[in-house]
Each structure stands twice: as C-alpha cells, then as structure tokens.
Design a binder for this molecule. Structure first.
Ligand code: PHE
Length: 489
C-alpha cells in the first residue's frame, strides 16, 4: 500500500508513542506538520485500515463571569458571614443595602447551610460556624483550582449547580487513536523514501535517478471545491448551440418585443385565432409610435390572409392593420425564423436560435410562463418531412436521448405538423412542435424552396437532461442542486 510522506510520518509517530493506551489525536505534535495536515493524514490512515479510532465526547469546565468575579471579591456567602461576625446580627434589608444582588445570593446560600433569617433578622451562627466556614473555604478553593486549569470532580461540580454563571461547561470531542496490527509491517515496507513532488531542481540535479516515485491514487477522495460555475440552464444552452453550430447552422437573434404582424400574421395565423387572445399572450400598452418594419411584406401578407395565393384560398376575412401593429412579448421564436428567411432569401440555408419566449400560462410541474425555445429551420430544395424527423432525432440523440416519438399535430403555419413527445414522470410530455411551412407562409415572402422548421422547449429538455420531476425546480435556485447537478453527456 502506498503511503504519502505525511501519512508515513504520522503513522511512525503513533507507533513510537503507542504504549497500549489510545492516543488523543490532539496530543499529536509532529514537527513540520500542522493540525490540518495531521487530521487529514489520520483520516487517510484510518480509511486504509492502519489505525483505529474512537470518538469521545468530553465536558470541560471553566469559570464563568460570576465565577471570575467571586474569585476576586470572595463568595457572597463568605462576605455575609464576615458581616455577621462583625455585627452579630443584621436585618435582611441591611444585607441588601450593603451587598445588592449578591446579598440575595448570600442569603439563599446561607439558608441552604442552615442559617435562616428569623423575622427578617440574621444572626451569626456561633455553634455551626466551624462546619459552615469549612464548606465555604472549600468552595473558594475549588474555584481557585478550576481557574488554574484543573478538572473538577463530579461532587465539586454539584456544589455549583444552579448557581448561574459561576461555572460554565464546554463540550469537546476528541479522537482516540491506536495503530492496527498491520501498521508496523506497513511502515517497514514504506521505509524507502519515495518522491511525491517533482520539482525543476530534482530534474536538473538528476537526484530523481534511482529513487522511487509515489503512485497517485486516482480514487482517493478529495475535498469538494465549491467554486462558481455555469448555471445548468446556461450549460444546456451551450450544448444545444454547439450541436447546431457543428451541424453547420447559422445562429440568428431576435427581440423580446415583437409586432403581432411578425409574431402571428407573417405566419398565416388568422387575426381571430385563439392564440392571439389576451388569455395566452402578453401585449404591451403602446402600439402607435412604431411603424411596422418591412411594410411591403405586410401588404403581401394581408392579401394572402384575405384572398390566398394561386391554388390556396386564404382565410377570407377583412384583415386589419391595427391588429398587426400591436406590440407583444414574443410567444415563440418562430417569429425570428420568418423574419430571417424574409431578409435572407437564400437556399439552401439552415438557421437556429435558443432564446426566451413568454406565455400567459399558469405555472405547474411542466409549464412555465417564461421559457426558452430551441428554434430552427432548413430551407432547401430537398427539405421534406423525413429530413425534419431525422434532424430532430439526431439532435436529441446527440444529447443522449433516443427514446422520442412523433405524433401528428396542427399549427396554422405548417402542413404537415409534428409534435415531439418524450416520457417524463411516467407521462407523455410534448417537447415541441415542428412541420413544413405552408406555401401561404413562404411563397408571398419570396421564399421558393420548402422550409422545415421546429420550436422545442429547452426547459422540458432540461427536465430530461437533469432528471427533474418538476420544471419549476430549474429556476428555484436550490443551492444544493446547483452544486451537485449531473451532466449527462
Ligand atoms: N412555434 C411553435 C410553438 O411555439 C413550434 C413550431 C415551430 C411549430 C416551427 C412548427 C414549426 O409551439
């Protein structure tokens, strides 16, 4: 077995000083080793089975504030006896006047010793003074001895029970150590000095030649370092971004505040669609000061809503410009996708973002009102529903999840549409939506090739990734979880 040089030093010291009775850990005084180093070596030696230890609780006593004062001024009962000796009898009011609070203590103590006031008068106990004097002297001697560091006996402690802060108790623990049977042999086999730190001098001088090196035990436990590190959500975002960047996607950025026109109309969401309701969406108060970006696009979009495009009938209602100018907190990042595609009409191209969205949702174990979406789209002649399924599967697989499922779904802007499902808490939970953009979305904006797109929930993915049964835990700042969460891949 390998011993570090500190372990070897501590074990040799224990073997040398052990004479059949256990050695107190705190009595280990080893030149060159501090208390912490000794404690750490002792723990390792114990784990390696070379020493045994038992833990003992101990009480030590010292004088409290009253004890220290009585040691200086004399015990109150002693001072009262002296007064009585001089005056032979005293009224208790006079005792209080002379001695204050100590007078009360003195009277209680003397009563317990058999000197009780009679009709408010205390009389010097001539017949009992021998015994009482001895007892009080004894008490003062005990206080003196404790102040000098000696340990009081049980009886001595009892004498000061219920006497405030005359004595204070301190509980301390100590480890008692003894070497095990294997210790001696182990020290012998470790007796040749081994190098445990390689220094430039050691190499330059060539002294390392011929001596042994101590092996490292990679499994030995080390103290946890509580350093700051990346929040689990940020960490997952980094991983997700890395996956799309490695696959050659371009990252896009959008804004929290959006026009309904881009968030909804551009995606062929009719103006009376329930998702536009205040129940689901956070709207801003102001509208008018802003003019719509790309007004030319909005004109085309409005026509598509009202009359459709060749081969597609549209929604057939009267489109309202004011509705499209309303400002809202974006409800999905698909708004970034459609604007990006309009501004960059290239094909083929692949884009993505990981960004925050806002929904007027009631929060529960799988819903948040503020969450991140992993958005993406591919525009290409060859993009189709199979490419889409492959891409989403590939994405989850790169994070270590192969058990996802697709089910048919509906979005006003995609056809066909698919939802991705995974099992969380024994239930099928929706991870996100996807589909092929409808011609009503792409063609009016001049996007010729098919576009496949998806928007996946990051926090639901985090539930899978970190094994959480409640989505709210992600943002609860539970310090223990933040310190110990495990990364899957
Ligand atoms: N935007 C949808 C949502 O927020 C997801 C989606 C994105 C669906 C792209 C289809 C295409 O749930």
């Amino acid at each position: 077995m390998e011993l570090s040089s500190n372990e070897a030093t501590v074990l040799s010291w224990i073997l040398k000083h052990y004479a059949g009775t256990r050695i107190e850990e705190r009595s280990l005084k080893i030149p060159g080793l501090g208390v912490r180093e000794i404690a750490s070596a002792v723990s390792y030696l114990e784990k390696k089975g070379l020493i045994d230890s038992v833990y003992e609780q101990e009480s030590t006593y010292e004088l409290g504030p009253e004890g220290l004062r009585f040691l200086k001024e004399g015990l109150p009962e002693k001072r009262l006896i002296k007064l009585l000796e001089n005056h032979s009898k005293i009224a208790i009011e006079t005792v209080f006047k002379f001695m204050g609070e100590d007078g009360r203590i003195a009277i209680t103590q003397l009563s317990q010793l058999g000197v009780k006031p009679n009709q408010g008068i205390l009389v010097f106990p001539t017949d009992k003074i021998g015994v009482i004097g001895k007892e009080i002297d004894e008490r003062e001697k005990i206080l003196y001895r404790i102040s000098e560091g000696s340990t009081p006996t049980e009886d001595e402690i009892l004498k000061f029970r219920k006497r405030g802060t005359v004595l204070v108790e301190r509980k301390t623990g100590t480890r008692l150590l003894s070497p095990t049977d294997r210790a001696g042999a182990e020290i012998l086999s470790n007796s040749t000095e081994k190098i445990d730190t390689v220094t430039p001098e050691l190499i330059a001088s060539g002294k390392w030649k011929g001596s042994g090196f101590r092996k490292y035990d990679l499994n030995s436990p080390v103290e946890r370092v509580e350093a700051g590190f990346v929040h689990p959500v940020s960490l997952l975002i980094q991983k997700v971004r890395a996956i799309f960047l490695e696959m050659g996607f371009t990252e896009m950025k959008g804004h929290y505040i959006e026009y309904s026109g881009w968030n909804m109309d551009a995606l062929f969401i009719p103006q009376d669609h329930p998702a536009r309701d205040m129940q689901d969406t956070f709207y801003l108060d102001s509208t008018s000061e802003f003019t719509f970006e790309h007004p030319e696009a909005m004109k085309i979009i409005s026509k598509t809503h009202e009359r459709g495009i060749p081969g597609y009938s549209g929604w057939g209602y009267k489109w309202n410009i004011t509705e499209s100018q309303k400002l809202l907190l974006r409800t999905h990042t698909t708004v970034s996708t459609i604007r990006y595609l309009y501004e960059h009409r290239d094909s083929p191209q692949a884009i993505f973002s990981v960004d925050k969205v806002f929904r007027h949702e009631s929060v529960d174990w799988k819903h948040l009102a503020e969450l991140h979406q992993i958005e993406g789209a591919v525009c290409s002649k060859n993009a189709n529903i199979s490419t889409l399924k492959w891409l989403i599967r590939e994405f989850y697989e790169r994070l270590g999840f192969s058990r996802i499922r697709f089910i048919p779904s509906y979005y006003p802007y995609t056809e066909p549409s698919l939802d991705t499902i995974a099992e969380i808490n024994g239930q099928e939970v929706e991870l996100g939506g996807s589909g092929v953009f409808r011609p009503e979305v792409t063609r009016p904006l001049g996007i010729r090739d098919p576009v496949i797109a998806w928007g996946l929930g990051l926090e639901r993915l985090a539930m899978l990734y970190y094994g959480l049964d409640d989505i709210r835990k992600i943002y609860q700042s539970d310090i223990e979880w933040l310190r110990t969460f495990k990364v899957r891949v």
